[in-house]
Design a protein around this ligand. Structure first.
Ligand code: HEC
Length: 178
């Protein structure tokens, strides 16, 4: 093969490899786009929701607002929320001003990234956001939101079939559901 021809071939191969890299990168982002994410990512999102972030304390394990901790404020029914993905991400990062929904971004009120407000501004609200059970990285927030979109938001009341899908097995909590 002569010089220019080999060159073209090498370039084409390079372009194909590049395209494949792009395809793989966008496949990995599918979860964040709202289509079905990987089952292990969903399970991780659920674990973060139930454990590290302890959203269930105020919103219930299934997100229906039946909180698991009586001492906690009443969280919204996330199964019926009308918020789109971006609104869910924003609410988790920044909490909700003048309510008991905490902000999970460590820097939420240190540099104006949330509603343009700082710690000092928060003092003017009658209801103060509580501290979050833990702060979350952006990646963790994305995992929780992917899980919420796939298993909670707009999914109607919990039933036995949804419960088994939710936990990935027929666990104790599912036994009493029809
Ligand atoms: C300390 C209790 C508490 C914890 C913990 C908590 N929330 Fe909330 N959350 C609330 C309350 C209270 C509201 C309602 C705020 C209001 O009055 O608008 C709320 C509202 C929300 C909303 C807005 C719903 C809507 O339709 O407007 C979302 C989304 C949400 N929470 C998600 C979460 C997620 C996800 C977690 C865990 C990462 C979490 N919350 C942890 C108390 C809590």
């Amino acid at each position: 093969m002569s010089g220019p021809q080999a060159m073209t071939k090498a370039l084409a191969a390079g372009a194909a490899a590049l395209l494949m890299t792009f395809a793989a990168a966008s496949a990995a982002r599918v979860g964040a786009q709202g289509t079905t994410p990987d089952p292990s990512d969903l399970a991780e999102g659920r674990r973060l929701y139930e454990q590290k972030a302890n959203c269930q304390a105020c919103h219930g394990w299934s997100g229906d607002g039946h909180k698991t901790d009586n001492q906690m404020p009443d969280g919204a029914n996330l199964r019926e929320t009308k918020l789109p993905r971006a609104g869910l991400v924003m609410t988790i990062k920044c909490g909700r001003l003048n309510s008991q929904m905490p902000a999970f971004d460590k820097f939420a009120y240190s540099d104006g990234r949330c509603y343009g407000k700082t710690q000092a501004d928060l003092k003017s609200y009658p209801t103060r956001m509580p501290d979050p059970p833990a702060t979350l990285q952006q990646r963790e927030i994305d995992l929780i939101v992917d899980f919420l979109m796939a298993r909670v938001v707009g999914k109607g009341p919990m039933d036995h079939a949804k419960c088994v899908e939710f936990w990935g097995e027929d666990t104790e909590v599912c036994k009493d559901l029809k």
